[in-house]
Design a protein around this ligand. Structure first.
Ligand SMILES: C[S@@+](CC[C@H](N)C(=O)[O-])C[C@H]1O[C@@H](n2cnc3c(N)ncnc32)[C@H](O)[C@@H]1O
Length: 249
Protein backbone atom coordinates (compact mmCIF):
# COMPACT_ATOMS: atom_id res chain seq x y z
CA UNK A 1 0.00 0.00 0.00
CA UNK A 2 1.14 3.53 -0.70
CA UNK A 3 0.20 6.28 1.78
CA UNK A 4 0.76 9.93 0.86
CA UNK A 5 0.41 12.38 3.74
CA UNK A 6 -0.09 16.10 3.25
CA UNK A 7 0.79 18.30 6.22
CA UNK A 8 2.50 21.52 7.23
CA UNK A 9 4.51 19.40 9.71
CA UNK A 10 5.69 16.41 7.65
CA UNK A 11 8.66 15.87 9.98
CA UNK A 12 6.29 14.81 12.78
CA UNK A 13 5.85 11.43 11.12
CA UNK A 14 9.38 10.11 10.83
CA UNK A 15 9.95 9.03 14.46
CA UNK A 16 6.65 7.31 15.31
CA UNK A 17 6.26 5.84 11.83
CA UNK A 18 9.76 4.26 11.81
CA UNK A 19 9.44 1.90 14.75
CA UNK A 20 7.56 -1.28 15.63
CA UNK A 21 4.90 -2.70 13.28
CA UNK A 22 4.64 0.34 10.99
CA UNK A 23 8.43 0.58 10.76
CA UNK A 24 8.64 -3.13 9.90
CA UNK A 25 5.88 -2.79 7.29
CA UNK A 26 7.89 -0.02 5.66
CA UNK A 27 11.16 -1.96 5.84
CA UNK A 28 9.52 -4.99 4.24
CA UNK A 29 8.12 -2.85 1.42
CA UNK A 30 4.50 -3.59 2.40
CA UNK A 31 3.86 0.06 3.17
CA UNK A 32 5.33 3.02 1.33
CA UNK A 33 4.87 6.24 3.31
CA UNK A 34 5.51 9.59 1.63
CA UNK A 35 5.08 12.79 3.63
CA UNK A 36 4.56 15.99 1.61
CA UNK A 37 5.06 19.52 2.91
CA UNK A 38 2.02 21.66 2.09
CA UNK A 39 4.22 24.76 2.17
CA UNK A 40 5.93 23.53 -1.02
CA UNK A 41 2.69 24.45 -2.81
CA UNK A 42 2.51 28.08 -1.68
CA UNK A 43 3.63 31.00 -3.84
CA UNK A 44 4.05 33.91 -1.42
CA UNK A 45 7.13 35.02 0.50
CA UNK A 46 5.72 33.79 3.83
CA UNK A 47 4.65 30.41 2.42
CA UNK A 48 1.17 30.98 3.90
CA UNK A 49 -1.23 28.08 4.11
CA UNK A 50 -3.94 29.91 6.09
CA UNK A 51 -6.03 33.05 5.91
CA UNK A 52 -8.77 34.79 7.91
CA UNK A 53 -12.28 33.30 7.60
CA UNK A 54 -14.82 35.06 5.41
CA UNK A 55 -17.63 36.29 7.64
CA UNK A 56 -15.27 36.85 10.55
CA UNK A 57 -14.79 34.76 13.65
CA UNK A 58 -11.83 33.41 15.54
CA UNK A 59 -8.83 31.61 14.09
CA UNK A 60 -7.62 31.01 10.56
CA UNK A 61 -8.74 28.71 7.74
CA UNK A 62 -6.53 26.59 5.49
CA UNK A 63 -6.42 28.18 2.05
CA UNK A 64 -7.82 26.14 -0.86
CA UNK A 65 -5.03 26.82 -3.39
CA UNK A 66 -2.05 25.06 -1.76
CA UNK A 67 -4.25 22.10 -0.78
CA UNK A 68 -5.66 21.67 -4.29
CA UNK A 69 -2.29 22.16 -6.01
CA UNK A 70 -0.66 19.65 -3.66
CA UNK A 71 -3.45 17.13 -4.27
CA UNK A 72 -3.09 17.59 -8.05
CA UNK A 73 0.65 16.89 -7.80
CA UNK A 74 0.25 13.91 -5.45
CA UNK A 75 -2.43 12.41 -7.68
CA UNK A 76 0.02 12.41 -10.61
CA UNK A 77 2.66 10.42 -8.70
CA UNK A 78 0.93 7.16 -9.60
CA UNK A 79 -1.24 5.88 -12.48
CA UNK A 80 -4.29 5.55 -10.21
CA UNK A 81 -5.50 8.45 -8.02
CA UNK A 82 -5.45 7.63 -4.31
CA UNK A 83 -8.41 7.47 -1.95
CA UNK A 84 -8.44 10.92 -0.37
CA UNK A 85 -9.12 11.26 3.37
CA UNK A 86 -9.50 14.66 5.06
CA UNK A 87 -9.26 14.68 8.85
CA UNK A 88 -11.92 16.63 10.72
CA UNK A 89 -13.69 16.19 14.07
CA UNK A 90 -16.92 16.38 12.03
CA UNK A 91 -16.05 13.30 9.94
CA UNK A 92 -17.14 9.66 9.99
CA UNK A 93 -15.96 8.06 13.25
CA UNK A 94 -12.90 5.84 12.83
CA UNK A 95 -13.36 2.18 13.80
CA UNK A 96 -11.79 -1.23 13.30
CA UNK A 97 -14.25 -1.90 10.44
CA UNK A 98 -13.15 1.29 8.73
CA UNK A 99 -9.46 0.39 9.26
CA UNK A 100 -10.15 -2.91 7.47
CA UNK A 101 -11.99 -1.10 4.67
CA UNK A 102 -9.10 1.33 4.18
CA UNK A 103 -6.57 -1.54 4.21
CA UNK A 104 -8.20 -2.78 0.97
CA UNK A 105 -7.26 0.43 -0.88
CA UNK A 106 -4.07 0.40 -2.92
CA UNK A 107 -3.29 3.99 -2.12
CA UNK A 108 -4.40 6.47 0.54
CA UNK A 109 -3.90 10.24 0.53
CA UNK A 110 -4.25 11.60 4.06
CA UNK A 111 -4.80 15.35 4.43
CA UNK A 112 -3.98 16.87 7.83
CA UNK A 113 -5.73 20.05 8.89
CA UNK A 114 -4.48 22.79 11.22
CA UNK A 115 -5.92 26.07 12.51
CA UNK A 116 -9.76 26.04 12.30
CA UNK A 117 -9.80 23.52 9.47
CA UNK A 118 -10.06 23.58 5.67
CA UNK A 119 -11.73 25.87 3.15
CA UNK A 120 -14.68 23.84 1.81
CA UNK A 121 -13.32 24.14 -1.74
CA UNK A 122 -10.50 21.83 -0.72
CA UNK A 123 -12.72 19.46 1.24
CA UNK A 124 -14.62 18.87 -2.03
CA UNK A 125 -11.67 16.64 -3.03
CA UNK A 126 -12.32 14.24 -0.14
CA UNK A 127 -13.54 10.69 -0.71
CA UNK A 128 -13.94 10.48 3.06
CA UNK A 129 -13.99 12.95 5.95
CA UNK A 130 -12.71 11.13 9.00
CA UNK A 131 -12.73 11.75 12.75
CA UNK A 132 -10.77 9.71 15.29
CA UNK A 133 -13.05 10.67 18.17
CA UNK A 134 -15.32 13.24 19.74
CA UNK A 135 -12.65 15.68 20.84
CA UNK A 136 -10.69 18.44 19.13
CA UNK A 137 -6.96 18.06 18.50
CA UNK A 138 -4.64 20.79 17.30
CA UNK A 139 -3.91 19.13 13.98
CA UNK A 140 -4.62 16.15 11.72
CA UNK A 141 -1.13 14.65 12.06
CA UNK A 142 -1.90 12.49 15.12
CA UNK A 143 -5.16 11.25 13.54
CA UNK A 144 -3.21 10.38 10.36
CA UNK A 145 -0.70 8.38 12.43
CA UNK A 146 -3.54 6.60 14.23
CA UNK A 147 -5.03 5.60 10.88
CA UNK A 148 -1.68 4.51 9.39
CA UNK A 149 -0.98 2.37 12.47
CA UNK A 150 -4.42 0.70 12.54
CA UNK A 151 -4.46 0.15 8.76
CA UNK A 152 -0.89 -1.22 8.62
CA UNK A 153 -1.79 -4.01 11.07
CA UNK A 154 -4.43 -5.17 8.57
CA UNK A 155 -2.09 -5.42 5.58
CA UNK A 156 -1.31 -9.03 4.64
CA UNK A 157 2.13 -10.10 5.87
CA UNK A 158 2.62 -7.22 8.30
CA UNK A 159 1.85 -9.03 11.57
CA UNK A 160 4.17 -12.01 12.10
CA UNK A 161 1.31 -14.27 13.14
CA UNK A 162 -1.65 -13.88 10.78
CA UNK A 163 -3.94 -14.93 13.63
CA UNK A 164 -3.05 -12.05 15.91
CA UNK A 165 -5.16 -9.47 14.07
CA UNK A 166 -8.07 -11.93 13.95
CA UNK A 167 -8.12 -12.36 17.73
CA UNK A 168 -7.85 -8.69 18.70
CA UNK A 169 -10.51 -6.48 20.25
CA UNK A 170 -13.35 -5.51 17.86
CA UNK A 171 -12.34 -8.19 15.31
CA UNK A 172 -15.57 -10.12 16.02
CA UNK A 173 -17.50 -7.32 17.68
CA UNK A 174 -16.15 -8.16 21.16
CA UNK A 175 -13.33 -6.89 23.35
CA UNK A 176 -10.31 -9.10 23.79
CA UNK A 177 -10.10 -11.51 26.76
CA UNK A 178 -7.59 -10.83 29.59
CA UNK A 179 -4.02 -11.96 28.90
CA UNK A 180 -1.42 -13.40 31.30
CA UNK A 181 2.26 -14.25 31.02
CA UNK A 182 4.96 -15.49 33.48
CA UNK A 183 5.25 -15.54 36.47
CA UNK A 184 2.46 -17.95 37.26
CA UNK A 185 1.77 -16.09 40.52
CA UNK A 186 2.48 -12.39 40.94
CA UNK A 187 1.81 -10.34 44.09
CA UNK A 188 -0.58 -12.98 45.33
CA UNK A 189 -2.58 -13.22 42.10
CA UNK A 190 -2.34 -16.46 40.13
CA UNK A 191 -2.83 -16.75 36.37
CA UNK A 192 -6.07 -18.70 35.72
CA UNK A 193 -5.30 -22.44 35.92
CA UNK A 194 -7.14 -23.18 32.64
CA UNK A 195 -4.52 -21.20 30.69
CA UNK A 196 -1.83 -23.57 31.96
CA UNK A 197 -3.86 -26.71 31.34
CA UNK A 198 -2.73 -27.24 27.74
CA UNK A 199 -6.38 -28.02 26.86
CA UNK A 200 -6.91 -25.80 23.81
CA UNK A 201 -10.67 -26.39 23.71
CA UNK A 202 -11.11 -25.28 27.31
CA UNK A 203 -8.76 -22.32 26.81
CA UNK A 204 -10.75 -21.14 23.77
CA UNK A 205 -14.00 -21.52 25.72
CA UNK A 206 -12.61 -19.59 28.72
CA UNK A 207 -11.34 -16.80 26.47
CA UNK A 208 -14.67 -16.50 24.66
CA UNK A 209 -16.52 -16.30 27.97
CA UNK A 210 -14.11 -13.69 29.32
CA UNK A 211 -14.52 -11.65 26.11
CA UNK A 212 -18.28 -11.77 26.49
CA UNK A 213 -18.16 -10.79 30.17
CA UNK A 214 -15.71 -7.94 29.61
CA UNK A 215 -17.68 -6.57 26.65
CA UNK A 216 -20.92 -6.74 28.65
CA UNK A 217 -19.28 -4.89 31.54
CA UNK A 218 -17.29 -2.25 29.67
CA UNK A 219 -18.86 -1.78 26.22
CA UNK A 220 -22.36 -3.32 26.17
CA UNK A 221 -23.12 -1.22 23.07
CA UNK A 222 -20.83 -3.54 21.04
CA UNK A 223 -22.95 -6.61 21.79
CA UNK A 224 -25.68 -5.54 19.37
CA UNK A 225 -23.38 -6.63 16.49
CA UNK A 226 -22.04 -9.85 17.98
CA UNK A 227 -23.59 -13.16 16.98
CA UNK A 228 -24.18 -15.15 20.17
CA UNK A 229 -25.38 -18.68 20.94
CA UNK A 230 -28.20 -19.05 23.52
CA UNK A 231 -25.57 -20.06 26.17
CA UNK A 232 -23.47 -16.98 25.35
CA UNK A 233 -26.53 -14.78 25.52
CA UNK A 234 -27.18 -16.14 29.02
CA UNK A 235 -23.58 -15.33 30.07
CA UNK A 236 -24.03 -11.78 28.80
CA UNK A 237 -27.36 -11.35 30.59
CA UNK A 238 -25.81 -12.64 33.87
CA UNK A 239 -22.91 -10.23 33.53
CA UNK A 240 -25.18 -7.28 32.74
CA UNK A 241 -27.33 -8.14 35.78
CA UNK A 242 -24.21 -8.39 37.96
CA UNK A 243 -23.03 -4.98 36.73
CA UNK A 244 -26.39 -3.46 37.72
CA UNK A 245 -26.36 -5.01 41.21
CA UNK A 246 -24.69 -2.74 43.78
CA UNK A 247 -21.65 -4.55 45.23
CA UNK A 248 -21.33 -4.85 49.04
CA UNK A 249 -18.27 -3.13 50.48
C1 LIG B 1 -8.22 22.66 15.82
S1 LIG B 1 -8.80 21.47 14.68
C2 LIG B 1 -10.12 22.30 13.88
C3 LIG B 1 -11.41 22.09 14.57
C4 LIG B 1 -12.58 22.74 13.84
N1 LIG B 1 -12.59 24.15 13.99
C5 LIG B 1 -13.89 22.19 14.42
O1 LIG B 1 -14.43 22.76 15.34
O2 LIG B 1 -14.33 21.11 13.92
C6 LIG B 1 -7.53 21.47 13.45
C7 LIG B 1 -7.42 20.20 12.65
O3 LIG B 1 -7.10 19.11 13.49
C8 LIG B 1 -7.63 17.90 12.95
N2 LIG B 1 -8.45 17.28 13.98
C9 LIG B 1 -8.73 17.77 15.22
N3 LIG B 1 -9.47 16.92 15.93
C10 LIG B 1 -9.68 15.84 15.15
C11 LIG B 1 -10.40 14.62 15.33
N4 LIG B 1 -11.05 14.34 16.44
N5 LIG B 1 -10.40 13.73 14.31
C12 LIG B 1 -9.76 14.00 13.15
N6 LIG B 1 -9.07 15.16 12.93
C13 LIG B 1 -9.03 16.05 13.90
C14 LIG B 1 -8.40 18.27 11.70
O4 LIG B 1 -7.59 18.03 10.56
C15 LIG B 1 -8.65 19.75 11.91
O5 LIG B 1 -8.78 20.44 10.68
Amino acid sequence: MIVDVLSIFPDMFEGPMSVSIVGLARERGLLELRCHDLREYTHDRHRSTDDAPYGGGPGMVMKPEPLNEALDAIELLEDEPGYVVFFTPAGRPFSQDLAMELADKERLVLVCGRYEGFDERAVMRADLELSIGDYVLTGGELPAMVVIDAVSRQLPGVLGDEESAVDESFADGLLEYPQYTRPQEYRGVAAPAVLLSGDHGKIAQWRREQSLRKTARVRPDLLARASLTPTELQIVQDELKRAETPQER
